[in-house]
Every structure is written in structure tokens, then in C-alpha cells.
Design a protein around this ligand. Structure first.
Ligand code: ATP
Ligand code: MG
Length: 587
């Protein structure tokens, strides 16, 4: 193994990893078996909500806790699988009573609440399409998504409705029903809306799950908008097969374990691994209703005895910035697996995990379009720090190049950079881009799905992220990986985060410019700038190191925490900023 290998935490006594032997798992895994293992039979019907909730109740696990919601004051609301089953059945009946036909889209604009679970799974149970909308969106991004998604039912609060939807309602011809989750019982209902709780109370707890099939559309997710206008991505009920399999193989979830996914349900991770996958594994999910706060997070990890934690690089970097004294104020004897997704995870952050928690973070790679984790560092064995890991069993992933003849060919030689490509055929592969069939068709070429991310693969099959195809820098004929430069910058003790872009250069074509966010308490001055430049040159060499470094108070990020290099580029070059609907801090 390489210098980057770090041992994972061993499985506790009595628990065996779902994936103990990678090579054996890759050999024996098939999606047919995965479907069978999930559903226990060859019924042509398949429904996400049924697999997530009803199946657990049917197995006799109805009294187990499905989720624990924690509010600002630390008050906990617990939800069992049986309770969730009943509320979902009621909501499925409500949709029928309102005359909402099967296949119609139902959206939520809610915080991380039990009602969101009820609506998401109730809609799926009824055979409707569920679309989570991020609750911090303002009227403009909501209008675009509600229209593009042909949303017929919106479930929200009175506050959100008045602030964000009332003013655009007249434009939303397809929106038939707005249901209000009251925040307090005396709150008045806005005109043109209906009380969610009252409808639910009146509905029956019995509902025969819709006879959906693998290919029926179930979910509509909007991408993060990191590289441009967010795209509407549809996933089918078959996604549950891959979301379940990866919740076992990668997140290693076991029944009744405590699991915390910190992603908001407004994004695909918050539904695939913050709702569906974990429920199919019969775990107890922790749902924090508050925003990120280091002390609060450490307290939750410790007090709730979290076993498995799935988070994101941006949160990890913020925890690093806050310092390990805070981490060490608690102990985490129950925590056995920490994983990350959404952005490249620098080796620095993986190693920090060992210092702070005594175990590394496990990076995973996937996209809204793939519907489930595709590449991962697995729970058993070693983590390769700085690498995204290896292809999940059942996934044929490669690094490819375009040939002169216009085809695609897999790159066999190790460490050569190319685009990440996946062989279509896994169950959670997206079924379309909403209203954009051409773009969907264009993502497939020569028998591959092209992911738009560049990477290299080493001899052992580990993938190393280079950058998004849109973000990589070409300088004097060399391809420069923004990720590599950012990782080198992050190794400087004063640097908390970094983002690099290419700026025009008359001789080299492009030169590297870095934007650096410093750790708290570090003052930006010329001497430090030169020191960081020197550090980068020393590590990377003059051809790859940034030519310019600018200090930034806060790098522009998407609401899901991804650095928006396209915005840094646009601002640097004085170009239009493009779609800002997912920019953090925008109204
Ligand atoms: P948009 O497509 O609208 O620009 P987005 O690609 O950020 O937004 P998502 O589908 O949420 O929307 O994110 C998937 C992308 O996130 C991947 O294509 C990849 O670029 C990045 N990503 C996810 N996981 C990792 C990882 N482990 N390492 C590096 N990059 C990652
Ligand atoms: Mg994308």
C-alpha cells in the first residue's frame, strides 16, 4: 500500500463489515442479487417508500426508532418506523382525496422536520414524484424550479409561503395545492392554502402502496449549480436498489445503529443517504434541525452515540478551522465510520480526522445524476488519503479519453488523466434531465456515461480527483489540477481553505491564481502571502504553483457548501456571474 494509506477503525466486537473483501465483493456482486436481497422476491413491483418503511414494519421492526429530530433547544422528537408508516399512508390518502393523480410532482419547502419525511415517503408510496426544495431558496429560484418541475402540490410553512411563494403564486399555473405545516396551532392560514395537519388527521392510516415499477420516475432533484444553471435530474424507483446496496457496502449501516447524515434534504445526498438508503437498513437517523455549529455537532456526535457519520468537506474544513481542542472536549467511543462527499477531500482533512477522532474520513464520489455512491474508500481495511477510492461493486468506472475518431476509449495506463466515465446499467442512474432530452443524450457517448469530472486512476484502482472538466487549468501545455494546488496550499498551517482558477496569460495560455481563506486569528499581510507562495512553489514547482495569491474572507460557496470556482473566474475576468440561485448568502 502507498504512503497515503491509513487504517480504518476496526469493526467493534460482534459486527462484521458488509464489505470485508473488496476483490471478492466485486466478483460476486450483481444488481439482480442486490434487488433480490432488498425485496426478498421477484415481484415486478418496486416502491421506494415500501422498501424504506413498510418492509421494516412487516419484519417486526416497527417499534424501532427511524429518526430522532433535534431542535435548537436540544428537544428531541422521536419517530418509530410504525409511526412513519402511518403518517406516510395518511399523506398518500390525502393526495388521492385532493385528486392528485399518480405521477404528479409533489414538492416540499420545509426545514429538516418529520413532516418532510411524511411528505417525501407518502408521495412515493402513492406513486407520485417527490421533489425536495432547499428551504433557503428565495422566490426567484423557487419559481424556476416549481415551474420546471411541473409541481402540483407544495408543502411548506406559512412563513416560507408568505415570504417566498405568495408573490409568485399567480405565475404557477400548474400548482394546484399548497399545504401549510403550522408552526403553532393559532397561526392563521394564508389565503389559498390548506392546513396539512388537518388533512392528515382526517385521512386513513391504511394505504395500499402504488404498484410502481423499477422504471417509474420517483424523484426530482436539482443539482447544486456549481458549474452553471442547476439541472433537474430524475431518478426512478429502482434507485432504492443502489441506495440500499451502497448504504450497506460503503456506509456499512447495520440495523439499529445510530447514523447521522449532515446533508440537507434539499440536495440529493440528504434524500439518498439522509432518508431512503438508511431507512432500508433499519437504522436510527439523527436529524439536526439547526445549522452548522462545531460545538453543537461534537455534542450530537457524542451524546447521541453516533456510529456512522456522513458529512462533507466544507463542514470538515470548518471543524478543522475551529481547532481540535473543541473536538477533544468530548469522546466518541461509538463512532466507528466517518465518510465524506460533495467536493474533493484533501489528504490534509483525512489526516486531521485521525488526529481529532482517531480515525480517517472515508471519501466517496458520486453525483445527482448517478443517484448513489459510485467510488469509495470502504469501511474495512485502509483509506487512501487524498483519493476518492475504488469503484463500488456493480459499478464499471473508468478514466477515458476521446479518440481522434470521436469515440471514447478507456485509459489503461495508470495515472493518466482523463474523464470519469461509467458504464450505464446501474439501477440509480438518472432517467433524464428535466425538459432537456438533448443534454441527457449528450451525456452518453460510445457506451459510457461521461461524468464531467477529471481524474486519474492508479495501479491499485484508486481514483484521484483532478477537477471538474470546466475548472481544470491549462498552462504551457500542462494540465494543472486545481485540487492538487488547493491541497498543497491547505498544507500551510495558516490556510483554512483555498480555491484556484486559471487566469489568462499571454505566454502560458493560463496561469494559476489562488484565493486563500486563512484560519481564524491569522492576519493577512504581505509577508504571509509571500510565505504561502514560497510554500506552494516548494511543494508544486514553479510551473504548477500559483502565480498570484489573494486573501479572501469567505470563498463563494453553493448552499450545499461547494466552492464556486466559476464565480471566482467570472469576477476575476469581469464576466457575467451567471445563475446565482444556489450561492450561499443570496436571498
Ligand atoms: P452542477 O452539476 O449544477 O454544476 P454539482 O455537480 O456540484 O452541480 P452535484 O450533483 O450535487 O452537483 O455534485 C456532484 C459533483 O460534486 C461531482 O460531479 C463532483 O464534481 C463533485 N464531487 C462529489 N463528490 C466528490 C468527491 N468525493 N471528490 C471530488 N469531487 C466530488
Ligand atoms: Mg454536476
Amino acid at each position: 500500500m502507498s504512503e497515503h494509506s491509513i487504517a480504518s477503525r476496526a469493526a467493534p466486537p460482534g459486527l462484521s463489515h458488509h464489505l470485508a473483501d473488496y476483490a471478492a465483493a466485486r466478483r460476486s456482486f450483481t444488481w439482480e442479487h442486490a434487488r433480490l436481497a432488498l425485496t426478498g422476491g421477484s415481484d415486478p413491483r418496486l416502491n421506494i417508500a415500501y422498501e424504506a418503511v413498510d418492509r421494516q414494519v412487516q419484519r417486526g421492526c416497527g417499534v424501532w426508532l427511524a429518526a430522532r429530530f433535534i431542535d435548537r433547544a436540544g428537544v428531541r422528537v422521536d419517530l418509530t418506523y410504525s409511526q412513519l408508516q402511518r403518517s406516510c399512508a395518511r399523506f398518500a390518502n390525502v393526495l388521492g382525496a385532493l385528486g392528485i393523480g399518480r405521477g404528479a410532482a409533489v414538492a416540499t419547502l420545509l426545514g429538516r422536520t418529520p413532516e418532510l419525511f411524511t411528505v417525501a415517503l407518502g408521495a412515493l408510496k402513492a406513486g407520485n414524484v417527490f421533489c425536495p426544495l432547499f428551504s433557503a431558496f428565495g422566490p426567484e429560484p423557487l419559481k424556476t424550479r416549481l415551474m420546471l418541475g411541473h409541481i402540483q402540490v407544495l408543502v411548506t410553512t406559512a412563513t416560507f409561503y408568505r415570504r417566498k411563494v405568495e408573490g409568485i403564486r399567480a405565475l404557477l399555473g400548474e400548482l394546484r395545492q399548497v399545504l401549510i405545516v403550522r408552526e403553532d396551532a393559532n397561526e392563521a392560514l394564508p389565503a389559498g392554502t390548506t392546513d396539512f395537519a388537518e388533512l392528515l388527521r382526517e385521512a386513513s392510516e391504511l394505504f395500499q402502496t402504488a404498484a410502481t415499477r423499477d422504471t417509474d420516475v420517483a424523484l426530482l432533484h436539482f443539482t447544486s449549480g456549481t458549474t452553471g444553471m442547476p439541472k433537474g435530474v430524475t431518478l426512478t424507483h429502482a434507485a432504492v436498489i443502489a441506495q440500499h446496496a451502497t448504504s450497506e457496502l460503503v456506509l456499512d449501516l447495520h440495523p439499529q445503529e445510530v447514523y447521522w447524515c449532515t446533508a440537507d434534504p434539499g440536495w440529493v445526498t440528504g434524500i439518498a443517504y439522509g432518508l431512503i438508503g438508511p431507512l432500508t437498513c433499519a437504522v436510527t437517523m439523527i436529524v439536526d434541525r439547526e445549522e452548522f455549529d462545531p460545538q453543537r455537532w461534537y455534542q450530537i456526535l457524542a451524546e447521541e452515540h453516533v456510529n456512522v457519520w456522513y458529512t462533507a468537506p466544507t463542514a470538515i474544513r470548518m471543524l478543522m478551522k475551529a481547532g481540535t481542542e473543541l473536538t477533544r472536549a468530548h469522546q466518541y467511543p461509538h463512532l466507528r465510520l466517518m465518510a465524506s462527499v460533495g467536493e474533493p477531500l484533501n489528504a490534509e482533512a483525512v489526516i486531521w480526522g485521525v488526529q481529532a477522532f482517531g480515525q480517517p474520513f472515508h471519501d466517496t464520489w458520486w453525483q445527482t445524476e448517478t443517484g448513489a455512491i459510485m467510488i469509495a474508500n470502504f469501511a474495512a481495511g485502509e483509506v487512501v488519503a487524498g483519493s476518492m477510492g475504488r469503484a463500488v461493486p456493480g459499478i464499471d468506472a473508468a478514466v477515458v479519453r476521446r479518440t481522434a475518431a470521436g469515440g471514447i476509449e478507456a485509459i489503461d495506463s495508470p495515472d493518466e488523466v482523463g474523464e470519469i466515465a461509467l458504464r450505464p446499467g446501474w439501477p440509480s442512474m438518472f432517467s433524464g434531465y428535466l425538459d432537456n432530452p438533448e443534454r441527457y443524450r449528450a451525456s452518453f457517448h460510445d457506451g459510457w456515461y461521461l461524468a464531467g469530472d477529471l481524474a486519474r486512476r492508479d495501479r491499485e484502482g484508486y481514483f484521484w480527483f483532478i477537477g471538474r472538466a470546466d475548472d481544470v487549468i491549462k498552462s504551457s501545455g500542462h494540465l494543472i489540477s486545481p485540487f492538487e494546488v488547493e491541497s498543497a496550499l491547505m498544507q500551510h498551517p495558516a490556510v483554512a481553505q483555498a480555491a484556484v482558477i486559471g487566469i489568462p496569460d499571454p505566454i502560458a495560455g493560463q496561469a494559476v491564481k489562488a484565493f486563500v481563506e486563512l484560519k481564524s486569528g491569522v492576519a493577512p499581510d504581505e509577508a504571509l502571502r509571500l510565505k504561502i507562495l514560497g510554500h506552494a512553489r516548494h511543494l508544486l514547482g514553479a510551473a504548477v504553483a500559483p502565480r498570484e495569491i489573494a486573501f479572501s474572507q469567505a470563498l463563494p460557496r453553493t448552499r450545499s457548501g461547494k466552492i464556486m470556482r466559476r464565480l471566482l473566474r467570472a469576477r476575476e475576468l469581469g464576466l457575467p456571474e451567471g445563475d446565482l440561485s444556489t450561492l450561499e448568502g443570496e436571498p
